[in-house]
Write a protein that binds this ligand. Structure first.
Ligand code: ZN
Length: 144
């Protein structure tokens, strides 16, 4: 199994936006989740059950994060993926009395969700991601 801490950070061009710009661009829920480490309610966002193919991009900066090829039905009520496009960073998160690994967009630092070591093969990982932090691009499967 791949160690989530070893995931390559290969997006380098940071595009910082002011809080005012972000509040204009994002819905209140998107802002809360991506900027304030919020969590949407399970089953609240249609992406958890979305079967379309494409590239899930960062809702803040558009970086390709997860391919629909890596998506699987986890039953948790959040979009779940077994691997990333190599464009996320992981961080220890001990909030709420739990030891979890937080997942952020490597380009803009947006909070996306968490990764757990109980996913299906071959990676054994389950990236549990807030649907409202993602933007499905059905045209851009390769993401490159
Ligand atoms: Zn981003």
């Amino acid at each position: 199994m791949k160690n989530p801490d070893k995931i390559q950070k290969n997006a380098t061009d940071k595009t910082p936006m002011s809080e005012a710009e972000l509040r204009k661009k994002l819905t209140p829920e998107q802002f809360h989740v991506t900027q304030e480490h919020g969590t949407e309610r399970a089953f609240s966002h249609p992406y958890y059950n979305d079967k379309r193919s494409g590239m899930f991009r960062c809702v803040v900066c558009g970086t390709p994060l997860f391919s629909s090829d890596a998506k699987f039905a986890s039953g948790t009520g959040w979009p779940s993926f077994t691997e990333t496009e190599g464009t996320v960073t992981t961080h220890d998160d001990s909030s709420y009395g739990m030891r979890r690994t937080e997942v952020r967009c490597a380009n803009c630092g947006a909070h996306l969700g968490h990764v757990f070591p109980d996913g299906p093969g071959p990676t054994g990982l389950r990236y549990c991601i807030n649907g409202c932090a993602l933007d499905l691009d059905t045209e851009g499967k390769s993401g490159k």
